[in-house]
Ligand binder design. Sequence first.
Ligand code: GLU
Length: 392
Amino acid sequence: MQPNPRASNLAGSATLALDARAKELIRSGVDVINMACGEPDFDAPAAVQAAAVAAVGGGNVRYTPPAGRPDLRETVARHLSATRSIEVAPEEVVITHSGKHALSHAFLALLEEGDEVLMPLPAWSSYDEEIRFAGGVPLHVGPRADMGPNLEAIEQACTERTRGILLNTPCNPSGYVWHAKELRRLGDLALERDLWILSDEIYGRLVFGDAVHVSPATLSPELRARTLIVDGASKAYAMTGYRIGFLFGPAELVAVVARMQSQLSGSPNAISQEAFLAALSEEPPEVEQMVRAFDERRQVMVEGLRDMGLDTPLPRGAFYAFPSVLPYLDERGAQGFCADLLEEQALAIVPGEVFGMDDHVRLSCALSVENIRRALERLGAFLDARQQVSST
Ligand code: GLU
């Protein structure tokens, strides 16, 4: 039985594969520190857990409308109005099975064969595959030295076939948080070239210090009209396994996505919808505690990496560090580096190739400070040994 080329060419998620490999080693008794996957180590807030249990116990687990429960769509609309300072109507929101699902459905709804999507690097690996699966072509544009968007290069990369721009702020893997003036310039390009903007804001709640999360949709009514926002419960509410998220955009497009959903997967999980409703109705106190913990962790991580001499941009959002390991790479690149690190020091991290930047590696800070310190020790020992090897 032959799958069609579009399906057979689809690469599996690299981050999930690495996570599965690390977990398999842990099950077999190896003391692996798993920094491969972007998954908070916290439990979901108490109110979220209680809501999920109550949904099951109360029998509130039947099909919902394919676009999601009306009260949840209303709550998401209110949440967006409060967090992005734009008035949002429930018809502009569709509840999806996750942020990832919202993204893939947006691409399927928007792209025609050969349409290009501009994407600043570094970028999460699933974007490319989702775009190609929908018939589109990802166009990569490298970053500035500080990992911010190279707007001049983005403008130059735009062609007749470019239909949209994908941005992710705060960025997985660099932690870069876009400034309003950068978003404005990108917005000008979108207006000038008639492009849509798909804004992945799944880490929007996780910003640190003086960083402020800004959505392009908030900058002007014209930009709001051409912006789609993807967000979900996984990162800010530690609800990864609940698989629940949403897409915001023009009501006509949202209706198309809801129709697609009604045919392709049906209504989103009813238990998770109840739990998401609890998370969004009133922010659980655990969320701010988690943000503070991520802030402390990224500081420990970045300090440790810089002490080792690794060039590491300070992440102002999300929960990853993305240092360059260029001086330590052999011909097998960051892939080989990460494979050796797992083998020799039982530390699982992600090679930069996965994000379009070959000289880097990604370490997740979604672990306890104690485990981050243990991981840094292992990485330090690995680098020492490697340096000795390459200098002999
Ligand atoms: N987004 C997370 C990561 O980058 C979760 C895994 C995935 O879906 O790729 O690690």
